[in-house]
Design a protein. Sequence first.
Length: 140
Amino acid sequence: CPTGYSPHNDLCYQVVQTLIPYSVAKTQCAEKGGKLAVVNTIGIRELLKNVAEYQGIRDFIWVGMDDQEEEGKWIHADSSLVTTDEVATLWLAGEPNGGKTENCGAMLGLKWDYQLGDSICSNNQAFFCQFLLESFNQTI
Ligand SMILES: [Ca+2]
């Protein structure tokens, strides 16, 4: 991965500290050829937590999942379903708890040990993008 990106399997992750709503963050990742980061394993969550801590980010950070289409049905940015097992292991206990007012997924900040939860989509937050490693190889 290029400098400033964190590798994991065949993906490169980037945190962007521009504070913007979920939909804008989604567009910005897409414009660079990636998507909002899919966080569906402990390994990815811990990697992104380390990135956030290293960058000194204490507040919420967007990740790629939402239940905007159907309340309570959480879908990752790669269109896969967020499983109950993921919610049990990767999300803060009690999350999601925002019902129809919190439809976008975030890595919660320092106070909640960077576990996952739901957040208000129009809030302005930093965000994680992911890119295929091979997408960089093609352009170098
Ligand atoms: Ca919701």
